[in-house]
Every structure is written in C-alpha cells, then in structure tokens.
Design a protein around this ligand. Structure first.
Ligand code: HEM
Length: 546
C-alpha cells in the first residue's frame, strides 16, 4: 500500500517536473523568437534573404523532412538557393540561422573561428561531450589542445606505429569473409575502424574490453539524437550512463599507467603508449595551467585590434563595448605550473569516440559503394593496387608508400569525401555583428557552414552528383573542398583516416571480387547511413602473398 502511494507520488513529481521544464523551454524559445524578429529589422538590406518559417518551429521540420528523403535530400537547400542565393536566412533547431553554401563566405567563417565565431552545439550535446572537449573549447585553450593533438596525430612516428595495426585489423576482418556469402560492408568497416579508434585513443588491442567499449559507444552516440530528458528509462539518460562508463574506463587506464610509470620510470612508459591518452597525459602540466587560468579569467584590452587585423579583404565591424564577447577560456596563457586534470583528459578522450567512430567506417563503406557502381573506376583501382602489390612483394611498407604511390586510390577517396559529405557542415555562433561580402550575420545567430552545398555545386564541380575520381587529375584540393573542415579547427585526424581507408581499399581490391547484393540508398538524417548497410556478395577470393 505504502509502495503504491510512493510510486503515485513519484509519478506526480516527475509529471510536474516535466511540465515545468517543457513550459520553461517553450517560454525561452518564444522570447528568443520575438527578439530575433526585432533584430531582423536592424539590417533589412544586408541580412541574407530568406524566411524564419513557422513561429517557434522555424523551418526545422522542412529541413529534417528533406534530409530524411532518399530521393531528393537536397530539396530544402536547392529550393532556397534558387530563391535567395547561396547564403540565406532560415530558422533551424530553435535558432535564427544563416546558411552558407558560398565557398568564400565559408572560408571566412572557418578562418575566423575563435575571433568572430565560436562553435555552437545544443546544450544536450555539450552535456554529452563534456565541457572540456576540444570541439567546444575556444581561444587559447583550444589553440593549445589543437596544436598538441594535431602534432600528435600528424606525426610520422604515429603513422608508422599504427600502420601494422591497421593492416592487421583489416586482414583479420577480411579473413572472416567467405566466397558465396553476403557481407554487410557498413558493419564490417565499422568494426575495423572502431578497433583502430580504440587503439589510437586508448592504446587498446582488440578483445573483450574493446567489444564492451564499442557497445557503450553505440549507446552513447544514440543520445545525440534523443530528447534531452535525463530521467531513468530515457535514451538520453542511458547515453549519459554510457558516457560515465567510458570515462571510468579511461580513468582506470590512466591510473594503471601512472602506477606502472612509478614502477618502471616515466621514459619507459612514454615509449609504450603512443596514443592520444599518452599525449594528453604527457601534456598534463600545461593543460592544467590553462584550466587554472579559466577559473581566474583575466580581462583583455586588445581584442578589437586583434580582430580587425586579421579579417583580410572583408569588412568586419564590431559593435560591442566593455568585456570581449569571447568565452573566459579565450585568454592568453603563459602559466606553466600545475598538472592536467583527469576531467580534461577524460572529456577529450570520451568526446573523440563520438565523431571518429562512425566517420572512418563511413568513408570506407561509401568508397565501396561508389566503386561498385563505377566499373571503370574499380578496374583502374584494382590495376593500380595489383601493380603496387607486385612491386613491393615481401617488402615492409611505410605509410608514405600508400600515400605517394596509390595516387588513383587517393583520388577515389577525395571523390568519395566530396560526394558523400560525411560531415555535412559545421555550426558556429557569431560573437558580434559580422559583415562578410555584402551580408551581415547578426550577433548571436547560428551560422551553418554547409560544406555539402559547396561540394555539390555545379558551378564548381561539373556533374557534381556523379562519382568521377578523374576530376582530381586536374582539380587541386582547394579551399572549396572542406570535407575535414578548415581554419583553426581543421580535422587533426585527416592522415589517420585516409591511411586506414587506403589500406582497406588496397586489401579489398587485391583480395576480392564482389557484386552488390541489392541496390542500397543513403539516409542522411540524423546520421549518414546506408539503409541496408551495403550488402555485397563475395564472388572470388585471391590468396595474394604479401
Ligand atoms: C572521415 C573521417 C573524418 C572526417 C570526415 C572528419 C571531419 C572533421 C571536421 C569537419 C572537423 C571540423 C570540426 C569543426 O570545425 O567544428 C574535424 C575536426 C577534428 N577532427 Fe575529424 N574527421 C574525421 C576523422 C577523425 C579522426 C579519426 C580523428 C582522430 C581520432 C579526428 C580528429 C579531429 C580533431 C582533433 C579535430 C579538431 C577539433 C578542433 O580543433 O576543434 N577526426 N573533423
């Protein structure tokens, strides 16, 4: 009886809490909607043309409906581009948004990250990623962590260290494929790429821990597209619990390493751990100094000079007074004391499982889809890779061999990245009224730097919807081409991702012949996926000695 009363009371409290939080969210949106409408009147001439759509909902439903469609995913942007041009105003996910498919404007926004723009993720994503993740940090703390990670990920030593693992993971996975069976490429490539990501981030070798971690990561990522209600039983709650378990595993590995370092001596330990956790632990002193500074922010007085010096040919006028609008994190740091906290390390490791797990697997999967649909490309790819195999039979290959000699394979990857747009774009928030080209992006608005719109622009790429790796014989990788972003947030994982994909394609085309079991299509929302996970039939296998 008492239990029945208690559960009724609990239900009552939960219902009230939910209602209050929904009302609060609704009220907040209403206020911001009215404020944005007023803001629109300030620059009637220069705010990019477009519409806010329905009150409160904006145009989010049209955007989602368009990207859920298999047949015309770009209907939303195409329609607005033809009506308003490559830069237009809309209202997405509760925010007034400028959407840009203009390569020049995109470059400007990416290059001015941390100065005129900062990353803009919904608060639920911030909660899932953690406040110290590099993806959200700004200013000098971001610069520092980015420098550290970019140096680490780009180093020749790391690539050489990883190459044998990549080759082994790819071969082991392919060894399980038999002739006359169907395999699901998306599942297979994600298994391979997850093993690699676990190796790169935490130094883990395949085994039970990696299997458990992959299940946790799957659950963790699911939270990104769920309602952000943190109550037992919700997807969001379960995602946060998975996040805690991944963080806990990271802490355990860190503690084990510290214990062993005390036993063996730090030099031995550093050599043993060539992974992101090792790089962050090494830098713990410097990073902690920055955190200390964040807790005691110092005002800056030269931000206006800083900003105006670097905007190049664009006219950028700032309207602000008093303290700089950037986060407290954005100040210079010269302090060198203290030690990096566990929180900074775990937030960065955990949040890296978020985007990197799927993206490399998708790059491999989509390259298989496109070459399967283009016999001429597949034939040229196979010839190049068989010649490469013959040339270096019995030799130990380095990452440079794969990058320098498999040139057509690289073009296949360039074209896959252009056509598939694994990252459709990135979202930033303007810190001030930003004047770029003839437009004004009002302070506080979201700016969707839409890479996909540029990569599929017929004015830049002839027959943009066609898979044509040969276009990269003439075209150079220019600032129009941003599958890995650009500016101070350029992806640090470019080389690692491409190395993994090139090794995968090399083994695939030299070991197997296949056909697609059925036609598969891409779903774009919420994440890029193959509707049927790309089933293929293995027709023939070659036992090539290496
Ligand atoms: C095909 C695979 C990948 C794609 C398409 C991709 C794409 C991107 C994009 C578009 C950005 C820019 C984000 C922004 O501007 O807000 C980015 C940043 C970044 N990515 Fe990747 N990425 C891939 C794989 C990886 C991997 C495997 C790693 C490392 C394990 C990695 C590490 C990073 C880092 C460190 C940043 C910089 C974050 C910052 O400074 O804010 N990426 N990536």
């Amino acid at each position: 009886m008492a239990n029945t009363h208690l559960s009724a009371l609990a239900m009552f409290v939960i219902t009230i809490a939910l209602t209050v939080s929904l009302l609060r969210a609704y009220f907040k949106r209403l206020v911001s909607y009215i404020r944005n409408r007023i803001q629109l009147r300030r620059y009637p001439e220069n705010i990019p043309r477009g519409t806010f759509g329905l009150p409160l909902l904006g145009e989010s439903l049209q955007f989602i409906a368009s990207y859920r469609s298999h047949t015309s995913p770009d209907a939303f942007i195409n329609e607005r581009r033809s009506r308003y041009g490559r830069v237009f105003t809309t209202h997405l996910f509760g925010k007034p948004t400028v959407m840009s498919m203009d390569a020049e404007v995109n470059r400007f926004i990416l290059n001015n990250d941390g100065r005129l723009f900062v990353p803009d993720y919904p608060s639920s994503i911030q909660q899932l990623m953690g406040k110290w993740t590099i993806l959200m940090l700004e200013g000098s703390l971001h610069k520092r962590l980015h420098g550290l990670l970019a140096t680490f990920f780009k180093s020749d030593d790391l690539k050489e260290h990883l190459l044998p693992y990549i080759e082994a993971f790819v071969q082991q996975q392919m060894d399980t494929w038999n002739v006359n069976t169907t395999i699901y490429v998306e599942e297979e490539t994600k298994r391979m790429s997850f093993k690699l990501v676990a190796k790169v981030l935490l130094g883990l070798d395949p085994g039970q821990t990696v299997e458990t971690l992959q299940a946790e990561c799957h659950n963790y990522v699911a939270g990104a597209m769920s309602l952000p209600i943190n109550l037992p039983g919700t997807t969001f709650h379960s995602s946060l619990r998975s996040r805690s378990r991944i963080a806990e595993l990271t802490r355990q590995i860190m503690n084990d390493r510290e214990t062993r370092a005390r036993e063996l001596g730090p030099c031995v330990q550093l050599k043993l751990h060539m992974d992101m956790l090792g790089a962050l632990m090494e830098d713990r002193k410097a990073a902690s100094a920055i955190k200390q500074q964040v807790e005691e922010p110092q005002p800056s007085n030269n931000i206006i000079d800083d900003m105006e010096n670097e905007v190049g040919p664009f006219d950028c006028k700032r309207r602000m007074t008093g303290r700089r609008p950037r986060s407290k994190l954005a100040e210079n740091s010269d302090a060198q004391n203290g030690s990096m906290t566990e929180e900074i390390i775990t937030d960065n490791i955990v949040s890296f499982f978020f985007p990197s797990e799927d993206s490399v697997g998708m790059l491999m999967t989509l390259s298989v889809k496109y070459i399967s649909e283009s016999p001429r490309a597949l034939q040229q790819l196979r010839e190049e890779n068989i010649n490469f195999l013959e040339k270096y039979k019995g030799e130990r290959l380095t990452w440079r061999h794969y990058f320098m000699e498999l040139t057509f394979t690289q073009k296949v990857l360039n074209e896959t990245l252009r056509l598939a747009n694994i990252t459709k774009g990135v979202i930033r928030k303007s810190l001030v009224d930003v004047h770029v080209k003839d437009f004004v992006i009002p302070k506080g608005w979201a700016t969707f730097v839409f890479f996909r719109g540029v990569h599929l622009d017929e004015a830049i790429y002839e027959d943009a919807q066609i898979f044509n790796p040969w276009r990269w014989e003439e075209k150079v990788l220019s600032s129009h081409y941003t599958p890995f972003g650009g500016g101070p947030r350029l992806c640090a994982g470019i080389d690692i991702s491409r190395l993994m994909a090139v090794v995968f394609l090399h083994h695939l085309v030299t070991r197997y012949e296949w056909e697609m079991s059925e036609v598969d299509s891409l779903t774009q929302f919420p994440f890029l996926k193959l509707a049927k996970k790309l089933p293929i039939n293995i027709l023939r296998a070659y036992n090539n000695d290496r």
